[in-house]
Design a protein around this ligand. Structure first.
Ligand code: PLP
Length: 364
């Protein structure tokens, strides 16, 4: 067995081991072609098969209705902060933004370059530790869309429900939760996510968009950001990120072989419960997020004795538990436990936290 650690990084994140082995195994000769997937044309038959199967598997896993198009693009979720208003509204329309953490804050900020922005929730006053109830949101009558991040990857705050927006299209950044459990796609106008957290390598960005929101991009929208041009060209207006697309396809096959999203949801439910329970039981560690809104995939935690922070990280790395350092804006720690992190990996982390707590709590 090659040397592998338990990687709790937020993204680019751990990938399923069988997928890495398959990539390595067919890297120099894809399907008897004598070429690697890195070297073939995106317009050739071999890649066409990969592209089609990837989309079919994504549609199957997420039960994407027929009236939605799937775009395999680039530029990350961050470029969608601009692409969404360019495709969905004019510059004097108002977009409502639910700001519950750093990513939705950035989406609102970028959105201001392209339309009017109404911040319907601002979670900054709570330190982004909770989500105010829908009765307190200040939504705009006739808004062009309502945008939010389903899970705040940095702050570890997640919506446990889908917001109700009536006829106003709901736009969801699902970068860090996509494929972590089943979703009802029909509730959304646009869903987008970068691949590098829960789907595959960095470089691929997927957009799932309802038919009636396509074909309305404002004048001046760059072609590659125009949902209609992307969709009608089969995401091949220009060269797509072929390798990331291919690896993402293998991850989708892996998810299917493991039992699909119902199974992912059951595992992820258990994983987050184990970890939060250990943090809550400990005397040294804290997660300050309102329990009703705790993220399943990104678990930030702090230590009450700051001088022990580097000790924890060093000992963890020695034990093969890596990338536990918290985001640079928050400090502390963060464990990202996406689909590829096995339950046994979370148990190892829990055991480590418990041991550390026992060894150091009395001595602090
Ligand atoms: C990581 C992340 C982003 C930024 O993604 P890029 O692909 O780097 O642009 C945006 N939103 C959320 C929720 C994220 O987790």
């Amino acid at each position: 067995m090659p040397h592998r650690v338990l990687n709790f990084g937020a993204g680019p994140a751990m990938l399923p081991h069988p997928v890495l082995e398959q990539v390595a195994g067919e890297l120099t000769d894809l399907d008897g072609s004598g070429m690697s997937v890195l070297e073939i044309s995106h317009r050739g038959a071999a890649f066409e098969r990969i592209a089609e199967r990837t989309e079919a598997d994504l549609r199957d896993l997420l039960a994407i209705p027929h009236n939605y198009r799937v775009i395999f693009g680039q530029g990350g979720a961050t470029l969608q902060f601009a692409a969404v208003p360019l495709n969905l509204c004019s510059s004097n329309a108002t977009a409502d933004h639910l700001v519950t953490g750093e990513w939705s804050r950035r989406a609102a900020h970028e959105g201001e370059r392209f339309s009017r922005v109404n911040v319907a929730i601002d979670g900054a006053s709570s330190g982004y530790r909770t989500i105010p109830p829908q009765t307190e949101w200040t939504l705009t009558q006739g808004a062009a869309f309502v945008a939010y991040a389903v899970n705040e990857t940095i702050h570890g705050v997640e919506f446990p429900y889908v917001p109700e927006t009536g006829d106003v299209p709901l736009v969801a950044d699902m970068s860090s939760t996509i494929l972590s459990r089943p979703i009802d796609v029909s509730r959304f106008g646009v869903i987008y996510f970068g691949a590098q957290k829960n789907l595959g390598p960095a470089g691929l960005t997927v957009v799932i968009v309802r038919d009636d929101l396509i074909g309305k991009a404002r004048a001046g929208t760059p072609s590659v950001l125009d949902y209609e041009m992307a969709a009608t060209s089969g995401s091949m207006l220009n060269t797509p990120p072929t390798f990331a697309w291919y690896v993402s396809g293998l991850v989708l096959q892996w998810i299917r072989s493991e039992g699909g999203l119902a199974e992912m949801a059951a595992r992820n439910q258990r994983k987050q419960q184990l970890l939060y329970d250990a943090i809550d039981r400990s005397s040294l560690f804290d997660n300050e997020v309102d329990p009703a809104y705790r993220s399943w995939t990104n678990v930030p935690f702090q230590i009450r004795e700051p001088h022990l922070e580097p000790v924890f990280l060093t000992e963890a790395a020695t034990a093969g538990l890596t990338n536990l350092k918290g985001h640079r804006t928050l400090g502390g720690f963060r464990a990202s436990i996406y689909n590829a992190m096995p339950e046994s990996g979370v148990r190892t982390l829990v055991q480590f936290i418990e041991d550390f707590d026992q060894r150091w709590a009395g001595m602090a």
